[in-house]
Design a protein around this ligand. Structure first.
Ligand SMILES: [Zn+2]
Length: 246
């Protein structure tokens, strides 16, 4: 990680202190932005979404397989009832003498057989679909390791990066306090107000150009800021209002 915020020496001038403070705050802003907009965070989110999607699909397969299982059980229970009924009718048939009664029983038996055939078709169909889903679930489960592995890697990478950034932010926070403790409260108040309004509160004057707004000061303005900054080395940029280091 770059270190653009070397702590100023104890006898640093106000311009040096302000530039150091601004450098620290800018670096902290950049790190905070990088932490929030890390490509690793996007990768983690994508991996996490894939894992959620995978789990949802797995649950859907399991539920569908269970549903077919339940309809197979129902068909088998109904089939057993029908068989029992048929066996009862078979026994009855052996005891009847009247042809019309026998005919009625045989008609009933053939109805039951038709129902059993229908149930067999339903059950076979459910078994086939369940077997197909079993295969799809097995293929789906084979992806689990890759899905969870990718999620875990993305999680770790993000955690490492965030940890590094947090450590750097803590270091910057300490440097920031050191620098601020060397600056008068009234100047800090001005700095904080300008930083809140403008993002960057301090800008050096290079040649005739303010490095905050990049506007050129007129010859008269140069004279004015030089007079104003004579004592401390700092005044306000007449164009953007930043603390101008002259
Ligand atoms: Zn300016």
């Amino acid at each position: 990680m770059t270190d653009s915020s070397a702590d100023p020496t104890p006898d640093a001038t106000l311009p040096e202190l302000l530039l150091a403070l601004q450098a620290i705050d800018t670096q902290a802003d950049q790190l905070t932005h990088r932490r929030a907009h890390s490509p690793l965070r996007d990768e983690f989110t994508a991996a996490s979404n894939r894992a959620t999607q995978w789990e949802r699909q797995r649950a859907a397969f399991v539920a569908a397989i269970a549903e077919f299982g339940a309809s197979i059980d129902r068909a088998e229970a109904q089939g057993a009832e029908l068989l029992e009924h048929r066996q009862r009718l078979d026994r009855q048939l052996k005891t009847v003498i009247a042809p019309r009664e026998a005919e009625a029983l045989m008609h009933e038996i053939s109805n039951i057989e038709a129902q059993r055939d229908e149930l067999d078709v339903v059950e076979m169909d459910a078994l086939e679909q369940q077997a197909a889903l079993d295969d799809q679930l097995a293929a789906h489960l084979a992806e689990e390791e890759a899905i969870t592995g990718a999620l875990s890697l993305a999680d770790q990478a993000l955690a490492v990066e965030s940890g590094d950034i947090d450590a750097e932010l803590e270091r910057l926070a300490r440097s920031r306090e050191d620098v601020r403790s060397s600056i008068a409260d009234s100047v800090l108040t001005t700095y904080d107000r300008k930083r809140e309004a403008l993002g960057v509160a301090v800008a050096p004057l290079v040649g005739r150009q303010c490095q905050g707004c990049h506007l050129e000061l007129s010859a008269a303005e140069i004279d004015t800021v030089k007079t104003e900054a004579a004592a401390t080395g700092v005044t306000d940029c007449p164009d953007c209002g930043r603390l101008l280091i002259v």
